[in-house]
Design a protein around this ligand. Structure first.
Ligand SMILES: [Zn+2]
Length: 406
């Protein structure tokens, strides 16, 4: 349903209740609530918070909700990878499709209107999961924009993998993924990823150095290749849990390197905290958001996995992921609360290369209504999402707010 006007909205930018006119998918005008308006379909918010819709910088739909199917699994990365790999080829496509559709529904209900989706490309499944998710992305396009990544979860060393990655990119997949820690030679893996990115002119999104040991950091290998290929600003890394385990000086140097190389960082709390940080001594295993932002690094917080061996507690709730990152990072200052909110809205939108959105004149009307009064309450309390709009279309609504024809 297309909405012409959102009324009685609370905006971060204004102490007054506001009315927003929506037209052609965008916010045409922001005015004061109560002024006379033209006829149209209204969404009446009753003073609830209207915020930019959330953007998920990193999520897996093709292994969502496999916790029960996988059975008992140790809370380690190799066990989680093996557990899901063992299911490939055994689970009917209908189950994978239903699970992915459920994941999309949950994202939209949680206020997400765009997501970067890591699509597994591997010899056992070829491009089957890609074709499934291309179809889902097309079907769901009015509700959510799904930006697909060709992701080699089991590495690039297996015979045929480089051909499969090239085939996926030839079919138009817009982002090259990578997973250097699973191959015997991570530098070789990175070289292949950067070559593919150059050949197909695509940005890069890496799963990186998922370890508690600082010496296993791959950041400098990535930064060297960013420099060599001249792709500053086009590379994103997820996890980078080694950052959490580094001595403070080494961490500061690593964050400085990320900032200088224009490498963006994505924290994935539901997985990072579950699968890492278990060494001796244990760490908090979540890269430091506040220090990274202070160093000038672009940072997003994302879902990663949903209820599977990689993230049994993954729940598609980005506000809760930001809340959790705030607790772990002790990010309670007004500035760091703002960074947490930006890490699930404007920062991931920028990483995905999306145009500006939110309750601002001229921006795309991708909007979320929260049962909250202030934007910082979104990350302090992870409140309920009451409605989600994409390009002015109401794509989710709880029992309130009310839709009226005026
Ligand atoms: Zn991932």
């Amino acid at each position: 349903m297309l909405i012409d006007r959102v009324t009685d909205a609370r905006l971060a930018a204004s102490p007054e209740r506001s009315t927003l006119d929506l037209r052609d998918g965008r916010v045409a005008r922001v005015g004061v609530f109560g002024e006379p308006t033209a006829p149209g379909t209204e969404l009446a918010l009753g003073g609830k918070l209207l915020a930019p819709a959330l953007v998920d910088a990193h999520v897996h739909l093709d292994k969502a909700f496999l916790l029960d199917a996988a059975g008992p699994c140790a809370p380690t990365l190799p066990a989680a990878i093996a557990s899901v790999a063992a299911l490939r080829g055994r689970l009917p496509a209908s189950v994978l499709r239903a699970n992915a559709e459920q994941a999309i529904d949950r994202l939209v209900k949680n206020g997400v209107t765009a997501a970067r989706v890591q699509v597994e490309i591997e010899p056992a499944v070829g491009l089957d999961l890609l074709h499934l998710q291309q179809e889902l992305a097309h079907t769901a396009r009015d509700r959510i924009e799904l930006q697909l990544v060709a992701f080699p979860q089991l590495g690039l060393e297996a015979p045929g993998m480089l051909g499969l990655m090239s085939a996926a990119l030839s079919e138009g997949v817009p982002v090259v993924g990578g997973c250097p820690y699973v191959d015997s030679d991570p530098a070789w893996h990175l070289d292949r990823v950067f070559e593919l990115a150059e050949r197909f002119a695509r940005p890069i999104d890496l799963h990186l150095d998922f370890s508690d040991e600082p010496r296993r950091s791959l950041l400098s290998l990535v930064a060297e290749r960013v420099r060599a290929h001249g792709v500053q600003g086009q590379v994103t890394i997820g996890h980078a849990t080694t950052l959490a385990a580094m001595p403070i000086d080494a961490q500061a140097a690593a964050l400085d390197l990320l900032a200088k190389s224009g490498i963006a960082l994505v924290l994935l709390p539901a997985t990072d905290l579950y699968l890492a940080g278990v060494g001796e001594p244990g760490t908090r295993s979540l890269a430091p958001l506040a220090r990274a932002r202070a160093a000038g690094v672009r940072v997003a917080i994302a879902n990663n996995n949903l209820q599977n061996p990689f993230a049994p507690f993954g729940n598609a709730n980005l506000a809760q992921a930001a809340w959790l990152a705030g607790v772990i990072g002790r990010a309670a200052e007004p500035t760091t609360r703002r960074w947490l909110f930006e890490a699930i809205t404007s920062a991931p939108a920028s990483l995905l290369g999306l145009p500006a959105h939110g309750p601002v004149t001229g921006a795309w009307a991708h909007l979320a209504v929260f049962d909250a009064a202030r934007e910082e309450d979104v990350v302090l309390t992870a409140p309920a999402v009451l409605a989600t709009l994409r390009a002015g279309r109401l794509v989710y609504r709880a029992s309130s707010p009310e839709v009226r024809s005026a």
